[in-house]
Design a protein around this ligand. Structure first.
Ligand code: GLU
Length: 918
């Protein structure tokens, strides 16, 4: 079927330029270009009219061109083949055929033209590359190369995972190289490319709803150009078209869609083969407008942005064909061909060869080169964002990607997007990073960010001011920092908020860890720290009566006491055995009737006791063996008493803040002091994944403790350290938090060095375009010293009263080593008890003596008591009369006494010995 408008063109040409044409056609060959369409002729008419008119008007050309346009049936291949044959049969001067966009009839048409050696030119996408035909040329980029180009441009976006959404299987062919992208993804251990087939429209919402609740933010959308807008409009209603989301559209005509109605902050990138802003393109479009005016006698302004890729390729193909035809030394010999005969157009290959070798042409669709099979292998693929800014260009010939924007340009583009929105900043409550502001008066209602204060808020204020955006602080659920919840299979806390697209930024004392960096990005660190131990100075002791016992362990006391008794007994027996200790009781009597041994049990005990008390004794043994035994006891006493004295000083003054542990190793070695840490934080992750045997042991120990030693919040940990008696709990915490805690609670102390080194950073979604801007702002604050000022403000200045440092310095001024009453009470007590016992025994002795006196003097007990009392209390009398009747009877009684010592006398004697009266 001959399309009427082509006739119209000819008629129009003939009418308007009859005289010129008539003059020329006499000397020029007339050739026909066959054009097949299987749909609307659409925009192809613009370059067609314009190029053919220009050629025909060119005086130096030897050719006059005409067109023969046929419409093909889309579904009926047989009908289509008949139409092609009729085209080939109809025209003797047919030089080439422009094939239709790919359709089911394409293979059949291709086989017909191939058999007849007719030059066959295509300008549309084809799922497979040609192989072998010398009469084919496809100006549309080669399928494999295009796929490589798309993959390279996706890669240039540095996404670390994406969803490929395709509408038809054709899309998968186009995206085959992208599917291999796992190799250049940031993480290789997981499946970060998901592939989903789009449902049949027009309702796409259920399909996209699935992604709304996932962590996916990057989508590669391969669909028909006309479906792009309806899809994005529906995606927008789901809230999936904000700054968190990135869309990569694979259609080469995606630029023809008007996205303004979407009013989106999402990052929509499109690819195209040519630059719409170039002068050449604008000139070409202008020429096409003119030709439209000539054709329809009506002004029709063409918008360059509505020009489709195929139109441009059609223009380039015509340009190549006409130039080749005009440049051929001999025109192709046109013989009538027939599908049903075996005639062939002999010079088909010559024309295609001539087209391949065009060198000086400036095609609109960039550089053109074909491989030996007629597939276009050279072309440039440009990546644009929704602000029509060129992001990158991929070259088909050498396969390299050129990033068009420098770092600053990318950053400023991202900032301009950030300024347009209210940035949501996820955060958590935790001193001194973020605290709720207490109302200044009853009933005061604070709103928005005014509800909070702290380091994080101040830092965010300053970052926002530097970049120029407004933001809102939002508290995360359950006050979690952000860790992988094994049960729910998702990240929680601040990290979860970023992944769930609930926030654009996240700030708190959030540690930059390897695991978190797999799923979110961090800004430059704003604080550096390490894990350390928070512990408490030993409690100041109250009244400890037996503090003097502390220098020795209880076992030493028991052994020493036992030895005292045993050595006293040994001395007793040795003294009895050794002759040296049997002495003359009356040294003046040279031949005494009996010898006396003074080493009774009492004296033995007295001698050993005197030595160990460092006091010595007025009686000493004379026998060699007893001296040997007592000498060795002295040696023992020397060491023991001196050790005691040396230790006593240290023990009585040890309230000078001596901590029992000094490092993590000390903690690991003992079991008395329990230690714990914050559950689900980076500190736990450190211990959990550490290869160090000490840290592994510590973690196992912590896990096995009942009740648990883990805490839900750092503040709880600090509280537990404070409240646990005798400093029996230590908390492993980040040094910044420890610094803050010991600033506020003077009895706390950091113990040991950092176990690791890490930093806090502001978190944001991976590859967030505004990352550069945030980094720059943090760096500015760091260089200007503002970060240090902020730390000082929230760690030192904001608290009221003396800082702990002052308190500790004051404490240092006090004289070290002072003993207060509390520690010496026990010694007073021992003295009091000892003296009381002495008094009691003295009274007993006195009463017993009164009894003896009453018997001897034949007085009543009360009378004797009265006399003895009067005598004893008269402090001016130092001599006492022996109140016996005669010296003889007295001597008798005395010897009686010696021989018949009563038990009571022995007792008194012992008491006398004790009082050192022998
Ligand atoms: N800063 C830590 C985190 O981001 C929490 C505190 C800790 O684990 O000690 O997970």
């Amino acid at each position: 079927m001959i399309v009427s408008w082509s006739n119209m063109i000819c008629a129009y040409h003939l009418l308007t330029f009859r005289s010129i044409l008539c003059a020329k056609t006499n000397h020029r060959d007339i050739l026909t270009i066959g054009i097949l369409f299987n749909g609307a002729v659409s925009q192809s008419e613009f370059p067609l009219n314009s190029t053919i008119f220009s050629n025909n008007m060119e005086e130096d050309n030897f050719l006059t061109l005409s067109t023969n346009i046929r419409q093909l049936s889309n579904d009926d291949s047989f009908e289509a083949s008949k139409t092609v044959c009729s085209l080939l049969d109809a025209d003797e001067g047919l030089v080439a055929v422009f094939g239709p966009p790919t359709s089911p009839a394409s293979p059949l048409i291709e086989s017909i033209v191939k058999n007849l050696n007719v030059p066959y030119i295509l300008t549309s996408w084809k799922g497979t590359s040609y192989d072998g035909s010398e009469t084919f040329l496809n100006f549309y980029p080669d399928n494999e190369r295009l796929s490589k180009g798309i993959a390279a441009l996706v890669q240039s976006l540095e996404w670390n995972g994406f969803v490929i959404i395709y509408e038809t299987e054709e899309g998968l062919v186009r995206l085959q190289e992208v599917l291999k992208g796992q190799s250049w993804m940031r993480k290789t251990n997981q499946d970060f490319i998901r592939i989903r087939q789009l449902n049949r429209g027009p309702d796409y919402k259920p399909f996209f709803k699935h992604f709304k609740n996932s962590t996916e933010t990057n989508f590669i959308l391969d669909c028909k150009t006309e479906n792009i807008l309806p899809i994005l409009q529906q995606v927008r209603t789901l809230g999936m078209l904000d700054i968190h989301f990135n869309y990569f559209l694979t259609s080469l005509d995606a630029h023809t869609v008007d996205y303004s109605s979407l009013d989106t902050n999402a990052n929509i990138t499109t690819i195209r083969l040519f630059d719409y802003k170039s002068e050449e393109f604008k000139n070409a479009v202008f020429k096409w407008s003119l030709s439209q005016l000539r054709t329809y006698n009506k002004r029709k302004e063409l918008n360059p942005y509505t020009i489709k890729t195929e139109t441009v390729l059609f223009h380039d193909a015509l340009l190549y064909l006409i130039d080749a035809l005009n440049g051929m030394p001999q025109l192709p010999k046109n013989e009538k061909t027939s599908c049903y005969g075996f005639d062939s157009l002999r010079d088909g290959t010559e024309l295609i060869k001539a087209m391949r070798n065009r060198e000086y042409l400036e095609p609109l669709s960039g550089p053109i080169q074909f491989d030996e099979h007629g597939n276009r292998v050279d072309f440039n693929l440009h990546l644009y964002n929704n602000d029509e800014e060129l992001l990158a260009t991929w070259s088909g010939l050498n396969g390299t990607t050129t990033i068009a924007r420098n770092y600053d340009e990318t950053t400023s583009a991202a900032v301009s997007n950030l300024i347009k929105i209210k940035v949501i900043v996820s955060t958590r409550i935790g001193e001194p990073y973020l605290m709720k502001v207490p109302p200044k008066y009853e009933g005061e209602i604070l709103e928005g960010n005014d509800r909070y204060e702290g380091y994080s808020k101040d830092l965010m204020d300053q970052v926002a001011e530097i970049i120029g955006f407004t933001y809102e602080l939002v508290l995360t659920e359950n006050n979690n920092y952000g860790n992988w919840d094994e049960e729910k299979k998702r990240w929680n806390g601040l990290v979860g908020d970023l992944l769930d697209k609930k926030a654009h930024l996240a700030i708190c004392d959030l540690t930059i860890t390897h695991e978190r960096q797999q799923v979110v990005d961090f800004s430059m660190p704003f604080m550096t720290l390490g894990i350390s131990i928070l512990h408490k100075y030993p409690d100041k002791r109250g009244t400890d009566l037996f503090a003097f016992l502390e220098p020795f362990d209880i076992s030493v006391w028991i052994y020493s006491a036992t030895l005292y008794l045993v050595v006293s007994l040994i001395l007793f027996f040795i003294a009895r055995m050794t002759p040296g200790d049997w002495e003359n009781p009356h040294p003046c009597d040279e031949n005494p009737e009996m010898l006396e041994n003074i080493w009774g049990i009492k004296n033995c005990h007295w001698a050993t006791l005197g030595t160990i008390m460092n006091q010595g004794c007025d009686i000493l043994p004379k026998g060699i063996s007893s001296r040997m035994a007592l000498g060795m006891w002295w040696f023992f006493a020397l060491i023991i008493t001196n050790s005691y004295i040396a230790n006593l000083t240290a023990f009585l003054t040890k309230d000078k803040m001596e901590l029992p542990i000094k490092s993590a190793e000390d903690l690991a070695k003992q079991n008395k002091i329990k230690y714990g840490l914050l559950r689900f934080g980076s500190t736990e992750a450190f211990f959990k994944s550490s290869n160090d045997s000490i840290y592994q042991r510590m973690y196992m120990n912590m896990k096995s403790q009942r009740p648990t030693v883990f805490e839900k919040d750092n503040a709880d940990g600090v509280q537990r350290v404070c409240n646990t008696k005798n400093s029996l709990y230590a908390f492993l915490m980040e040094s910044t938090q420890i610094e803050y805690a010991i600033e506020k609670k003077c009895k706390l102390k950091q113990v040991g060095n950092w176990l690791d080194t890490k930093s806090y950073g502001i978190a944001m979604p991976i590859n967030a375009p505004y990352r550069g801007a945030i980094n720059k702002a943090v760096l500015t604050l760091q260089e200007s010293g503002n970060l240090t000022k902020l730390k000082k403000k929230w760690w030192k200045d904001v608290r009221k009263g003396d800082s702990c440092e002052d308190v500790r310095n004051k404490g240092k001024d006090e004289k070290e080593g002072d003993l207060d009453l509390a520690k010496t009470t026990g010694t007073f007590l021992v003295l009091a008890v000892g003296v009381s016992i002495g008094i009691s025994i003295g009274i007993l002795e006195f009463l017993w003596n009164v009894r003896n006196v009453s018997v001897e003097e034949h007085l009543s007990y009360w009378e004797a008591l009265k006399n003895e009392l009067a005598f004893a209390t008269n402090i001016f009398i130092y001599r006492k009369k022996i109140k016996s009747s005669s010296a003889e009877s007295s001597t008798e009684r005395k010897s009686d006494k010696i021989e018949n010592k009563s038990i009571m006398q022995n007792m008194l004697h012992s008491a006398n010995s004790l009082m050192n009266i022998n």
